[in-house]
Design a binder for this molecule. Structure first.
Ligand SMILES: *[C@@H]1O[C@H](CO)[C@@H](O)[C@H](O)[C@H]1NC(C)=O
Ligand SMILES: *[C@@H]1O[C@H](CO)[C@@H](O)[C@H](O)[C@H]1NC(C)=O
Ligand SMILES: *[C@@H]1O[C@H](CO)[C@@H](O)[C@H](O)[C@H]1NC(C)=O
Ligand SMILES: *[C@@H]1O[C@H](CO)[C@@H](O)[C@H](O)[C@H]1NC(C)=O
Ligand SMILES: *[C@@H]1O[C@H](CO)[C@@H](O)[C@H](O)[C@H]1NC(C)=O
Ligand SMILES: *[C@@H]1O[C@H](CO)[C@@H](O)[C@H](O)[C@H]1NC(C)=O
Length: 285
C-alpha cells in the first residue's frame, strides 16, 4: 500500500469493552457537547523499526477544563495502545504489544496535546492509529497512519566473470520492509525469474539485506544489457540500474581462471576496463 493512497480508511475498530467504558465515563463528564470529529486527512508518519516516534494529537480545550475530566484513548486496530483518565494512565487494558513502550506527557495533556510517544517501533506497529479524546469541550478523534519503513541504500554492484559467464550481483541494505526486485532485458522482457534474490533480516529485524544475482552467459552477447530495478512501494523509492557489458577481443585465454571479483559503486562511469587473463569487459551504467 502506498502512503499517498491512504486516504480515509475505515474507522479503527475500538475494543468494544473499552468503548463502553469510555462512553460510560463520558456520561459523567459534566458538560457533554456533540462529537467533534477530525478524522480527515490522515497524516502518514514514517518510522524505522527500532526507532522512537511521536504520533501527534491535539484537542480543543478551555482554560478551566480539569485534567480529571479528560479521557484519552489511543488504539491501533483492536489493540489498546494507551489510555488516560481521571488524571492518570490506565494501563490495565493496554495490549501487551505496547507494554512499556507508550507514553503521554501529563504536562502536555494539560495544554491540549495528547501526542503519543512510542519507543522501539516494531513491524507490527504498522497501521492506522486513532487518538480519541473526550473532555469538557466534547469529543474529538484523529487518525494517524504509522508506516514502519526505512529507505534502502543505493544498491552496490559487483561483477564476477568466469570463462563462460558474467555474474552481476546487486547489494542493498538498511531498508524495510522487503522491496520488489525486477530484472529486465534490453528489450524490456522480464527475466526476474532467472535471477536469484535473497532478503535477509539483520540486526534483530531492523532491516533487510537484499542480494540479487543474475548470471549472463558469455555465449549470449546480444543480451548483455540488463536492467535491475528495486522498488519500495511504501516510500515510493525506486532504483533502476542498467548494466551494459561488452566483450573486447584478444583478451581471452583458454585456461579457466578463478572468479574475478570487482566491487563497484553504481553511478561510477564508465566502468574501468577489466582484463583478467581470460576476459576483458567494459561496462556502462
Ligand atoms: C528511544 O528511547 C529510549 C527511551 O527513551 C532510549 O533509551 C533509546 O535510546 C531511544 N532510541 C533511539 C533509537 O533513539
Ligand atoms: C506534544 O507532546 C509531545 C510529547 O508528548 C511533545 O514531544 C511535543 O513537542 C508536543 N508538541 C507541542 C506542539 O508542544
Ligand atoms: C519465467 O517466467 C516465464 C513467464 O513468466 C515462464 O514462461 C518461465 O518458465 C519462467 N522460468 C523459470 C525458470 O521459472
Ligand atoms: C540462490 O542463492 C543461494 C545462496 O547463494 C543458493 O543457495 C541457491 O542455490 C541459489 N538458487 C538458485 C536457483 O540459483
Ligand atoms: C537472452 O535472450 C534470449 C532471447 O533473446 C532470452 O530468452 C534470454 O532469457 C536472454 N537472457 C538474458 C540473461 O537476458
Ligand atoms: C514517486 O517518485 C517519483 C520520482 O521520484 C515522482 O515523480 C512521483 O511523483 C512520486 N510519486 C508520489 C505519489 O509521490
Amino acid at each position: 500500500m502506498r502512503l499517498h493512497e491512504i486516504h480515509h480508511r475505515s474507522k479503527t475498530q475500538v475494543n468494544v469493552k473499552h468503548l463502553m467504558f469510555v462512553l460510560h465515563l463520558l456520561t459523567i463528564v459534566p458538560v457533554l457537547h456533540p462529537e467533534v470529529s477530525q478524522e480527515y486527512p490522515v497524516y502518514p508518519v514514517v518510522a524505522a523499526p527500532g526507532s522512537n516516534i511521536t504520533l501527534s494529537c491535539f484537542f480543543p480545550r478551555s482554560e478551566t477544563d480539569l485534567l480529571f475530566n479528560l479521557i484519552v484513548v489511543w488504539v491501533h486496530g483492536d489493540d489498546m495502545v494507551h489510555s488516560y483518565y481521571k488524571a492518570t494512565d490506565n494501563m490495565e487494558e493496554q495490549s501487551p504489544a505496547y507494554k512499556g513502550r507508550s507514553q503521554l506527557s501529563p504536562d502536555q495533556l494539560a495544554v491540549g496535546n495528547a501526542s503519543l510517544r512510542l519507543t522501539g517501533v516494531r513491524a507490527s506497529d504498522h497501521g492506522m492509529y486513532t487518538c480519541d479524546v473526550a473532555n469538557e469541550q466534547g469529543r474529538s478523534k484523529k487518525q494517524i497512519f504509522l508506516a514502519v519503513a526505512a529507505a534502502y541504500r543505493e544498491p552496490e554492484l559487483a561483477i564476477q566473470t568466469t570463462c563462460d559467464s558474467i555474474i552481476l550481483t546487486f547489494l542493498s541494505t538498511l531498508g524495510f520492509p522487503q522491496p520488489t526486485v525486477l530484472w529486465r532485458t534490453k528489450t524490456g522482457s522480464d527475466i526476474t525469474n532467472r535471477s536469484n534474490t535473497t532478503m535477509v533480516l539483520k540486526e534483530g529485524g531492523k532491516h533487510y539485506e537484499v542480494v540479487s544475482e543474475m548470471v549472463l552467459k558469455q555465449s549470449d552477447p546480444h543480451n548483455w544489457t540488463v536492467t535491475f530495478e528495486m522498488r519500495l512501494e511504501l516510500l515510493n523509492q525506486t532504483f533502476s540500474r542498467s548494466v551494459s557489458l561488452r566483450p573486447l577481443p584478444d583478451c581471452c585465454g583458454t585456461s579457466v581462471e578463478p572468479r574475478n571479483r570487482l566491487f563497484l559503486l553504481t553511478g561510477l562511469l564508465p566502468l574501468p576496463r577489466v582484463c583478467s587473463k581470460t576476459r576483458l569487459l567494459q561496462g556502462r551504467f
